[in-house]
Design a protein around this ligand. Structure first.
Ligand SMILES: *Cc1c(COP(=O)(O)O)cnc(C)c1O
Length: 378
């Protein structure tokens, strides 16, 4: 409730990303995938929380490498000082081949034509490591086995492109009773047994967070946990993060910009979507859908202020959100509230917002907008 909460006096809304909680969750992945290397997934700017800051901290914890989606994200890690191996998982576009070499990025490769384009676009002393991505059931970026073999054969004699391993992605691992994951593991194993594949010394990878946490047979040589590091359960809503031993990472705060006294029956805000029944005090927080606080939370969500869970009232605006603080005279202009996180005994977690918004924890954190300052604690 005071400036001691963090942020600066001038911050209207900010995140506190608890790096020690990220480290706790990372260690959980290391422990669960014991024997496999762990390459944290920090795509989409670390699921919205800050790829460079999180990677730097996990590098200090011994992370073996990092996974991003795009070449641009890989370059951002390098520019941020990350020196561990980095792999681009969602492929590169024509014209980006030499950037991979220049920034020392590995890439997933899932088309023979890309393999050929990569070898011909690289200069004599460019070097790029690739992981051949085959489809075992996701039907997204992997190629069929025949094409995977053809890629290996095409790269056999290249001194510019080195095949480092085989990879694939799990489609249904978030459902612990779905037999498809075991079938995908079997198909992946079968590809690894192909004579052309067996001839290489490879480091292979299949598991995401759900694989790490729920499917030990999917671990192979290295794993790619994402959401679990950020305190989200991949098995939501069947298994919650706390039950899985994961710690929450994000506290999202906003400051009260205005206190609006309301007589009974005087309607409030856009569309007059809320009308108090009693004399009320409404706190307008400096946060809105322009910051990624969804408009669909209007008249539905709660925030934590003065150690209590208080209702969001009326429509969420682009820059402002109203909260009923009638019973909390301590809340004043300049006070802070938590949209996510806990204060004293009260909390709102990403799973609560995911339920309200009919989505998954991933989207809740990825949607937090660029206008929200990121502060790092722990
Ligand atoms: C995003 C992603 C991951 C990480 O997934 P989580 O469910 O967040 O652990 C792993 N591998 C690939 C290919 C991905 O795109």
């Amino acid at each position: 409730m005071t400036e001691a909460d963090g942020g600066t006096h001038s911050s209207r809304t900010w995140l506190e990303v608890d790096l020690s909680a990220v480290v706790h969750n990372y260690r959980r992945a290391v422990e669960l995938a014991s024997g496999s290397a762990v390459w944290p997934v920090v795509k989409a700017d670390g699921y919205g929380l800050g790829a460079v800051e999180i990677s730097s901290r996990l590098a200090a914890e011994g992370a073996d490498g990092f996974c991003v989606a795009t070449v641009e994200e890989g370059i951002a890690l390098r520019q941020g000082g990350v020196t561990q191996p980095v792999v681009v998982m969602a492929g590169f576009f024509p014209g980006q081949e030499r950037l991979l070499a220049r920034w020392n990025l590995h890439t997933f490769l899932f088309r023979l034509s890309d393999a050929k384009r990569l070898t011909s676009a690289l200069a004599e002393d460019d070097r790029v490591g690739v992981f051949v991505k085959v489809d075992t059931g996701m039907a997204r970026l992997g190629c069929v086995f025949e094409e995977g073999v053809a890629i290996l054969e095409a790269l056999e004699n290249s001194n510019r492109v080195t095949v480092m391993g085989i990879t694939s992605h799990l489609a249904c691992a978030d459902a612990l009773d779905n037999p498809e994951t075991r079938r995908q593991v079997d198909r992946f194993r079968r590809f690894l047994q192909h004579p052309v594949v067996k001839g290489h010394r490879l480091r292979n990878s299949l598991a995401n967070s759900a694989g790490v946490m729920g499917w030990p047979e999917s671990h192979f040589d290295w794993v790619r946990p994402g959401i679990m590091l950020y305190g989200g359960s991949p098995f939501f809503p069947d298994l919650l993060a706390a039950e899985a031993g994961l710690k929450p990472v994000v506290t999202w705060r906003s400051r009260v910009v205005q206190i609006q006294p309301m007589p009974p029956l005087m309607p409030l805000g856009y569309g007059h979507a809320f009308t108090p029944k009693r004399p009320s005090r409404i706190a307008w927080l400096g946060v809105g859908y322009g910051d990624g606080y969804s408009r669909r939370l209007g008249n539905r969500a709660r925030v934590v202020a003065d150690g209590a869970r208080l209702p969001v009232v009326g429509r969420v605006c682009m820059d402002l959100t109203a909260v009923d603080v009638t019973d909390h005279p301590e809340v004043r202009v300049g006070s802070t509230a938590c949209l996510l996180g806990s204060e004293r005994m009260a909390s709102v977690d990403i799973e609560e917002l995911a339920l309200l918004l009919d989505t998954i924890p991933y989207e809740i954190i990825c949607d937090i907008g660029g206008r929200v300052e990121r502060h790092y604690v722990g």
